[in-house]
Write a protein that binds this ligand. Structure first.
Ligand code: HEC
Ligand code: HEC
Length: 184
């Protein structure tokens, strides 16, 4: 018994074990960030929000209806997002989802279609995460209603995996292990 505990303690103290635990925690974070409920707003350089996942079928496709977020991210240059996206989810099938505000993530925070390794290095880079520490990224997830929408997306949409509390915990574990990133 004593020997087994000693082995476990030694393992936990070893850098390799911490690295593995950190990479496992990151993988769980990536499952959430890459899910359509999150990635559809953190989209590519053409400024077009995406529809993908659950009721939209397997293949991602552009939003349509002449929608472009523009530099404003709220569609001020064309059709404002708020002309369809209200403060709450529509309860009709394929009705527009809603939240306290509805806009795309800034261009620097786009990760739609990127690999786990790419998103990993982006999330810990203050130049591309809104000048945040990893603790502040976790706090954003804990506090921000737009992030919480990913778990309450309205009828017909698959919620993001895990939960708000779990993602916060995974980010803390990843940070504590030195925030390692996978090879690809
Ligand atoms: C309706 C669009 C929208 C959805 C859906 C959305 N986000 Fe965001 N996200 C934004 C906007 C806008 C910002 C910029 C807010 C800021 O920096 O204060 C942002 C910023 C972030 C940030 C901080 C910056 C960074 O890149 O580290 C994180 C982390 C984040 N979102 C995670 C998520 C997660 C996880 C989900 C899904 C559970 C999600 N978001 C869903 C629009 C969205
Ligand atoms: C003309 C109305 C209209 C406008 C304007 C509009 N949307 Fe939408 N949007 C919708 C509808 C309707 C849906 C839901 C479609 C469905 O469920 O089949 C939707 C869905 C979405 C989704 C998918 C959410 C998900 O993951 O399920 C995103 C992201 C989105 N809109 C972002 C935006 C942004 C950002 C803007 C402004 C730049 C915008 N929309 C402007 C009507 C609109």
């Amino acid at each position: 018994m004593m020997i087994r505990y000693a082995v476990v303690i030694l393992l936990m103290a070893s850098p390799a074990f911490a690295q593995d635990a950190g990479t496992a925690a990151w993988t769980a974070v990536y499952e959430v960030f890459s899910h359509p409920r999150c990635a559809n707003c953190h989209v590519g350089p053409d400024n077009v929000p995406m529809w993908s996942g659950s009721s939209y079928g397997a293949k991602p496709r552009p939003h349509g209806m002449n929608t472009s977020a523009g530099a404003s991210r709220i569609g001020a240059e064309s059709i404002p997002c708020s002309s369809c996206h209200a403060l709450q989810n529509s309860q009709l099938p394929h009705g527009p989802p809603g939240a306290h505000e509805w806009l795309l993530a800034p261009v620097t925070m786009q990760w739609f279609g990127k690999s786990s390794a790419e998103i990993c290095s982006q999330i810990k880079d203050p130049a591309r995460n809104g000048n945040r520490t990893i603790a502040a990224v976790a706090k954003h997830i804990e506090d921000e209603p737009l992030v919480h929408w990913g778990w309450t997306p309205g009828p017909g949409r698959e919620p993001a995996p895990h939960s708000v509390a779990q993602v916060v915990e995974f980010l803390k574990q990843w940070d504590a292990a030195g925030a390692p990133c996978p090879a690809k």
